[in-house]
Design a protein around this ligand. Structure first.
Ligand SMILES: C[S@@+](CC[C@H](N)C(=O)[O-])C[C@H]1O[C@@H](n2cnc3c(N)ncnc32)[C@H](O)[C@@H]1O
Length: 280
């Protein structure tokens, strides 16, 4: 009987995650739900796994649901993830976007599903290294969103462990842009001031403001079912400027033309809106 209840709970929680975030947990990764249940119960001093169903019917069920969803999100990230992609951004994509914005000298960039901030910080470092900064007459709005409020809290703090700081940054980047503290490495004020972090669900409201020149939405759509992926692509399409570029993660498969996007590079997951000419 306990096993039946546990299976029921797992199905319920998988449905909750899908409904809230679009994320699907495949059968072979359902153990992650067991782990999430255990963590939520442990926090409340409850030992028996089946009792999660009781918790989900009590007055504070909303808090339990939030905790389960947070525990199930995969926040894996690191600095300059897929470094060759950042090299391509710096050497080809950014220069083309800057040419498209020569008059306004204003760029808008969105890191969608930014997790704990490493992707947005990598972009900020890249902008500094490329001289796309206020001192050269550029204003850059760098917005980074994630559905996980826990991840955004960490991103806003900008404090990384020795392990995290060593994943992807060169020693020079680490020393130039982070300060060592007793409890880790703190991102410089300059870096943090370049990024606006917000809790945001890619599937809920459209991004406010003018369209973005560059959107990174990496390693997040691969966990979506088809319906959620289509909805997310519609949001991304609406948020991208006609000359803009969308970058997905390397192993996420390709977007078909029905999404309104077509490939903009042969060797990485860079897309543009179908029907728009490539920026010079
Ligand atoms: C695997 S991480 C990828 C982080 C970063 N983009 C990278 O590639 O290193 C995926 C992130 O997407 C977030 N996420 C999942 N569903 C989301 C949704 N519906 N809206 C916004 N963020 C979402 C997760 O919380 C997680 O932090």
């Amino acid at each position: 009987m306990e096993r039946v209840l546990q299976q029921h709970a797992i199905g319920l929680i998988a449905g909750l995650l899908r409904e809230r975030t679009g994320q699907v947990i495949s059968e072979d990764r359902r153990w992650r739900i067991d782990r999430a249940i255990e963590a939520v119960l442990r926090k409340r001093g409850i030992a028996r796994n089946g009792d999660i169903l009781t918790l989900l019917t009590q007055p504070d069920a909303a808090a339990v649901e939030d905790e389960l969803v947070e525990a199930l999100l995969n926040n894996e990230t690191y600095f300059f993830r897929d470094r060759q992609v950042f090299t391509q951004l710096a050497t080809t994509v950014l220069p083309a976007l800057c040419r498209a914005r020569t008059e306004s000298r204003h760029l808008r960039i969105w890191s969608a599903g930014c997790s704990t901030g490493q992707e947005a910080l990598s972009l900020a470092i890249m902008l500094i290294e490329q001289g796309i900064t206020a001192s050269n007459g550029w204003t850059v709005e760098l917005v980074a969103t994630d559905v996980s409020s826990g991840a955004i809290d960490i991103a806003r703090r900008g404090l990384y462990s020795r392990f995290e700081i060593q994943r992807g940054l060169s020693v020079g980047q680490m020393l130039r842009h982070f300060n060592e503290q007793d409890d880790g490495w703190q991102a410089s004020r300059q870096l943090l001031s370049m990024i606006r972090y917000e809790v945001g669900n890619l599937l809920e409201r459209p991004m406010p403001g003018p369209p973005f020149d560059l959107i990174l939405c990496r390693n997040l759509l691969l966990y979506f079912d088809d319906t959620a992926k289509r909805a997310a692509c519609a949001r991304l399409h609406a948020a991208l400027a006609p000359h803009g570029r969308l970058l997905l993660g390397g192993g996420e498969g390709t977007l078909d033309r029905a999404t309104g996007f077509v490939a903009a590079a042969a060797d990485c997951a860079l897309y543009r809106q179908a029907g728009q000419a490539l920026a010079a």
